[in-house]
Design a protein. Structure first.
Lengths: 314, 269
């Protein structure tokens, strides 16, 4: 374990972004992202549509240039990293020629790199060796996705970037896909995947980065992010509430006073409830919890007063 | 713990391919793909042959007519015209394939590989030229088979080469249009444009039969200079500066346009 840690320190970060901004006309898609992803991490990029996930991924892949800030992939410019086969990606859709066969597409791709794994092995691993002679245009959506995955694996990349990789896959396909990704990650491959499936990020990522409006709003292990978001809200009727005093209650993160109603967001809602009932005139207490899904919504939506479902009164 | 195949050693041992990723495997797959596309093959290879059979075998054309065949007969003159038409059609559609590849997201996919953009353009130009060669060869073989065109052996070779090399201008045209036009109607538009250019260049009807105003306009169209140049060896070898000027000017316009759109494309996507 310690040997692995030392090895890790010698390697430059897989991805390093500093103050990255990206504008499209007047729209700012990425508003100052700083990111440092170590070699061997599995990182989920979570966020609603239009949050800037794809724009950021495009920058990491060198498909677009940031207006400000710096990007490096294994200490190199993105384009340099790609031409060395260090990074590859499975993008959302397209990217295939219908009039090539599966085998030709893979051999064509392999021929462009200095070194690759044997094409036959990669096709076999992706489960498409038996359809190598089929025209891509005659393949199902799932088969095409497997081909895209095979193409990304050909250079045996250090860093694999996946944009919504399991869209359109069935449950079984999704499970076997992630099993194979995890196997590689155990050998030290770095994986960055964008998703809007919260369970997927939760189950397979070592680290979750929540992105919203082109900025990172949360970054940590799955447990950390969940703790950050899945605290509870204590709601009570408390006329003449003193906001500063409420802030001082141990475990309270945010305080909101709406007329006679106070809303306290807290990681330890029991302690807050106990305090309110014992030390104040608060009544009609209600504790609402957030489902995982709502935690995501709460952290990534515009409205900080996002409605909380799964209400639980006490 | 497992000894990883990834990590520090993996990063430093990675190499960049030579020639920006250009290689024979990719080229051969591109050519095979081109031949698989039946519509392109029919248009660029079979059609000019049919046109030659339809227009080049008139009995009177066996003679040397009004200076149209100093070293050969009129049938040979028409053979060269049809080979040029086919070759230009072939190289244009070959170049315009970038339009399909952009729409399919293939160009973007290739940017996730070491393939350098100039190497990609080179592959496209080269495959376009392969199709062009197929077209010229087909027309010339049909010509030989009919036994009607007559010219010295060296002229068959020189004329074929002139047609083939000259059609490079239209590989650039195809690329330019491929980057400029939406896929759905790129080929229809190009087919029509080439037909107009062919009339303007005098490939189908001698320009002397046009009204004077049209003749003047025709001299500025993209196939005019090239058509005169590829027939020059057959006639008497004399070359007008205006022909060379026309061909070079259009080459610069098409190649410049392709480079401009290409740079815009790679900058944006």
């Amino acid at each position: 374990m310690s040997a692995a840690m030392t090895a890790r320190r010698d390697t430059p970060s897989a991805i390093e972004l500093h103050g990255v901004h990206k504008r499209f006309g007047h729209v700012e898609a990425v508003k100052g992202i700083d990111l440092d992803i170590a070699s061997g991490e599995i990182v989920a990029f979570l966020g609603p549509n239009g949050a800037g996930k794809t724009s950021t991924i495009d920058i990491i892949l060198g498909l677009s240039r940031p207006n400000e800030g710096s990007v490096s992939v294994y200490g190199l410019e993105p384009r340099q990293a790609i031409s060395r086969g260090l990074v590859s990606a499975v993008l959302q859709t397209g990217g295939l020629l219908k009039d090539l066969t599966v085998g030709e597409t893979a051999r064509y791709t392999a021929s462009l790199f200095a070194q690759t794994k044997p094409v036959a092995d990669v096709l076999k691993r992706a489960g498409i060796a038996d359809i190598a002679d089929r025209l891509v245009g005659k393949c199902s959506g799932g088969e095409q996705q497997r081909l895209r995955f095979a193409m990304a694996l050909l250079p045996d990349p250090e860093l694999l970037i996946l944009d919504e990789p399991t869209t359109g896959m069935d449950v079984e396909g999704r499970r076997s896909f992630w099993t194979s990704i995890r196997q590689d990650a155990e050998l030290g491959r770095t994986v960055l995947f964008a998703t809007h499936y919260l369970e997927e990020a939760d189950a397979y990522a070592d680290r979750i980065i929540l992105i919203r409006h082109g900025q990172i709003v949360a970054d940590g292990t799955s447990a950390e992010v969940k703790a950050l978001a899945s605290g509870r809200t204590v709601r009570a009727t408390l006329p003449g509430a003193d906001e500063t005093k409420l802030h001082e209650i141990p475990g309270v993160d945010t305080v909101e006073v709406r007329g006679d109603t106070v809303l306290l967001h807290a990681s330890d809602s029991d302690a807050v409830a106990r305090y309110l009932l014992n030390n104040t005139q608060a009544h009609d207490l209600e504790i609402t919890t957030r489902a995982l899904e709502d935690a995501f919504i709460a952290l990534t939506s515009d409205d900080t007063e996002a409605s909380h479902t799964g209400a639980m009164s006490s | 713990m497992t000894t990883g195949t990834f990590g520090a050693s993996g990063v430093s041992s990675r190499r960049v391919p030579p020639l920006g990723g250009l290689n024979l495997t990719a080229l051969s797959i591109e050519v095979r793909r081109l031949l698989r596309n039946k519509r392109t093959a029919i248009f660029a290879v079979i059609m000019p042959c049919v046109l030659f059979l339809a227009f080049g075998l008139n009995k009177a054309y066996a003679n040397q007519g009004n200076g149209r065949g100093t070293y050969g007969n009129v049938s040979a003159f028409i053979l060269i015209s049809m080979a040029l038409y086919g070759s230009v059609l072939a190289t244009t559609s070959g170049g315009a394939m970038v339009s399909i590849e952009r729409a399919a997201g293939w160009s973007r996919q290739l940017r996730l590989t070491p393939l350098a953009p100039p190497a990609y353009i080179f592959i496209k130009m080269l495959t376009a030229m392969v199709l062009g060669a197929a077209s010229v060869l087909a027309v010339f073989i049909v010509g030989v088979a009919t036994g009607k065109p007559s010219m010295p052996v060296w002229l068959w070779i020189v004329s074929a080469l002139c047609v083939w090399v000259g059609s490079l201008i239209f590989a650039a045209f195809g690329l330019f249009m491929g980057y400029l036009l939406p896929t759905e109607n790129a080929m229809q538009f190009l087919g029509f444009a080439l037909l107009l250019f062919s009339f303007g260049g005098g490939l189908f009807i001698p320009l002397s039969q046009f009204p004077h105003v049209l003749q003047v306009i025709a001299e500025f169209t993209p196939l005019y200079g090239l058509n005169q140049l590829v027939h020059a060896p057959l006639l008497n070898g004399s070359v007008h500066v205006a022909w060379v000027g026309n061909a070079v000017a259009w080459l610069v316009i098409f190649a410049g346009g392709a480079a401009w759109r290409f740079r815009k494309d790679t900058g944006r996507v």
